[in-house]
Design a protein around this ligand. Structure first.
Ligand SMILES: Cc1cc2nc3c(=O)[nH]c(=O)nc-3n(C[C@H](O)[C@H](O)[C@H](O)COP(=O)(O)OP(=O)(O)OC[C@H]3O[C@@H](n4cnc5c(N)ncnc54)[C@H](O)[C@@H]3O)c2cc1C
Length: 459
């Protein structure tokens, strides 16, 4: 293991991934096509059948996969959707089988052409881990914490220092490329500063959302006409929301969430009362029907956070960062998994391009972080603009304008399935946000604004 890997720019010997969570696994899949060996370091004791694990406690909460994310994953892991469907994870049209409560009413239940699948985070991570570890190039070092980077000469990372649980000493592992996928608490900023790299302050936008979640049996006779029931939070008047997902093994996953002091309780009665307080009644209906349940889980640290590594001028060679280690989104918008999948896809393409040009790995890491920033920008803007509007006074014009537009757009969606379908495509990242500014949509939004003005409504 301690043997020095190839050192030339043109050798693609070993990649090391720090973190064997979701982004680490998808990144390992991308790397496996380009490196002889991919070593994944995961600090939790996991094996190929592990789903949720202690250091990724968000895994107990509802995880929606956007259509774009599912498409990218299917490209990396052909047959994944069918595998999850065989376990009971439904595949359905977003409009037809989703009871979606917008701020002022329910979205149309018409076909949108956007197909999605609902499953647990446990289920998807289990499938991905099994498939990634089945690749002969990939090796998992479980219960192994990365403690630092190997930087024998300034400006280039040449591996990692790690320690396995119970081992007396740390060990070194050389690598041609190191990928940090260690999630929202990544120590990378400190490691970079230790190398003398000037790292900009991370941007944090408070989301102040608390999740409380439970899983319970989904009765086969209960066919309630939907596979997802959702109520969005929306500043400033809808501080409580929730999502109920039909998932594999005849289960529901229910996550209730609230802004600021609207904490969904963890006790049975309080949980049901909170659900009953939502204007989408389907969540409470199913929570009330449950006969048994698993443990209740709460998650409170869901701020938006962006480490702007693309701005680091002296970003080291042979090091990249991916997933929540770079950017964390308020989870109510369901973007993290899809963005990480897109980042892994971009990694695959960037490696292929460098290889095709015979360019080796020189310059790749900086190019990659800049490209990743372009992937992150639109979902970040959506998430942050919406969250800023809980306290609208003094917020940037762009955030206020976006909120003004969205408020009216959602009102149009209630009675216009075509506009709703456009929104669904954008929300699922299968169409660019510009389709919501097509002249026909803008005209409808302005018409809505006019009628609100006449009716005296100003939100
Ligand atoms: C409550 C909640 C609900 C969410 N819902 C959704 C949703 O509906 N849809 C969606 O798309 N996204 C959702 N997200 C976001 C999603 O969970 C994250 O975007 C995703 O987990 C990011 O994956 P990651 O691999 O970057 O980080 P993580 O999943 O956190 O994995 C990081 C891994 O690194 C390991 N690690 C850390 N440090 C080290 C070290 N030093 N050495 C070795 N290993 C290390 C950890 O053990 C862990 O396994 C939600 C998040 C939360 C909190």
């Amino acid at each position: 293991m301690g043997k020095k890997a190839h050192q030339s720019d043109y050798s693609w010997g070993r990649a090391v991934v720090i973190g064997g969570g979701y982004a680490g696994l998808v990144a390992a899949r991308a790397l496996a096509d380009h490196f002889e060996e991919v070593v994944v370091l995961e600090r939790d004791p996991v094996d190929r059948d592990t789903g949720v694990h202690p250091s990724a406690p968000q895994g107990y909460h509802a995880h929606a996969m956007l259509a774009k994310g599912a498409e990218v994953l299917e490209g990396f892991f052909p047959g994944l959707r069918a595998e999850l469907r065989d376990q009971g994870a439904p595949v359905f049209d977003y409009g037809e089988r989703m009871s979606f409560r917008l701020p002022d009413g329910f979205a149309p239940r018409d076909r949108t052409g956007v197909e999605i699948q609902s499953f647990t985070r446990d289920g998807i991570e289990r499938s991905l881990r099994r498939r990634v570890l089945a690749r002969p190039e990939v090796r998992l070092l479980s219960a192994t914490k990365c403690e630092g980077l190997l930087v024998p000469k300034p400006g280039t990372v040449e591996g990692v220092v790690y320690r396995t649980d119970g081992a007396a000493d740390s060990e070194e592992l050389t690598a041609d490329l190191v990928v940090d996928a260690s999630g929202r608490s990544s120590p990378l900023d400190a490691w970079l500063e230790g190398m003398g790299v000037d790292v900009p302050e991370k941007v944090v936008v408070k989301a102040k959302i608390t999740y409380t979640s439970m899983n319970f049996h989904r009765p086969p006779d209960g066919a309630p006409g939907f596979d997802i029931a959702y109520q969005m939070t929306f500043a400033p008047h809808v501080p409580r929301g929730g999502v109920l997902l039909a998932v594999e093994n005849d289960r529901w996953t229910c996550s209730l969430f609230g802004f600021d002091d609207q904490l969904p309780p963890t006790d049975d009665e309080g949980y049901l009362d909170f659900a009953k307080g939502l204007t989408n009644p389907h969540l409470a209906e199913q929570v009330e029907r449950r006969t048994e349940q698993e443990q209740v889980h709460r998650y409170t640290n869901v701020n938006n956070q962006w480490r702007r590594y693309h701005r680091v001028k002296d970003w080291p060679e042979r090091l990249i960062a991916i997933g929540d280690a770079v950017c964390v989104f308020n989870p109510v918008y369901g973007q993290g998994l899809t963005v990480a999948a897109l980042e892994a896809q971009f990694l695959h393409r960037t490696l292929a391009r460098h290889k095709g040009r015979g360019a080796g790995l020189a310059g790749l890491s900086r190019t990659y972080q800049r490209g990743l920033a372009r992937i992150v920008l639109a979902p970040w803007t959506l998430s942050v603009n919406s969250d800023l509007m809980w306290n609208p006074a003094g917020q940037p014009f762009a955030a206020r304008a976006a909120h003004w537009y969205n408020t009216r757009l959602f009102a149009v969606c209630l009675r216009d399935p075509a506009v709703w379908a456009r929104f669904v495509r954008v929300a699922n990242m299968v169409a660019p946000p510009t389709v919501l500014f097509h002249p026909t949509v803008v005209a409808k939004v302005l018409g809505e604004a006019l009628s609100r003005r006449r009716g005296g409504r100003r939100t």
